[in-house]
Design a protein around this ligand. Structure first.
Ligand code: FES
Length: 179
């Protein structure tokens, strides 16, 4: 077997800092450790970019659950993924106010500017959102980002970008095209 293609399990590379954050997070749920499932998944994905089998198993063991208890969350919530997304993830809101303000056209512009296949819209069930072939960008639709008054909006990594016009898109992408 060629070992060079094998990605090491994420659970074998948990840094002390992440471990400390996990331990601290669990203390917030003294009644039921299970309630820490989502916070731990967020911490894990924020660090590793996605959640592999070892992550599901590790979190389950940590919370005294079975892996399926964690697996079902990862495959239910589109936010979580079991494969890597682009370095920059562009989440375009498509709920009513944004849809009426042109969100569908904005998503198309983002796809064109980043090289993401505009026809590849769906994901979920743990799959990463559509991603450019250079791995720099993913573009996906999300539901209301609670900024309807400044529609159309997108969440780019952790930044909320508001009042986006189609003309703005190339410059926004350039700003995030750092390496
Ligand atoms: S509809 Fe887009 S932020 Fe609410």
């Amino acid at each position: 077997m060629m070992t060079s293609d094998v990605t090491p399990p994420q659970a074998d590379a948990i840094p002390a800092e992440l471990l400390a954050e996990i331990e601290e997070s669990i203390t917030h749920y003294p009644v039921s450790k299970r309630s820490a499932s989502l916070p731990l998944l967020h911490l894990w994905q924020n660090h590793f970019g996605y959640i592999d089998d070892s992550g599901i198993e590790w979190i389950a063991a940590k919370l005294e659950l079975t892996p399926v208890n964690i697996y079902e969350l990862v495959t239910f919530y589109p936010w979580f993924r079991r494969e890597a997304a682009g370095k920059t993830v562009i989440r375009v809101c498509r709920t009513l106010a944004c849809a009426m303000a042109g969100a569908y056209g904005i998503r198309e512009k983002f796809c064109q500017a980043t090289g993401v296949d505009v026809d590849h819209e769906s994901h979920g069930f743990g799959h990463a959102p559509p991603t450019s072939s250079d791995g720099k960008f993913s573009v996906e639709f999300v539901e209301c980002l609670a900024s309807c008054g400044t529609a159309p909006v997108a969440l780019i990594n952790d930044d909320l970008v508001e009042n986006i016009t189609p003309e703005d898109v190339p410059n926004i992408v350039k700003e995030y095209d750092v390496n």
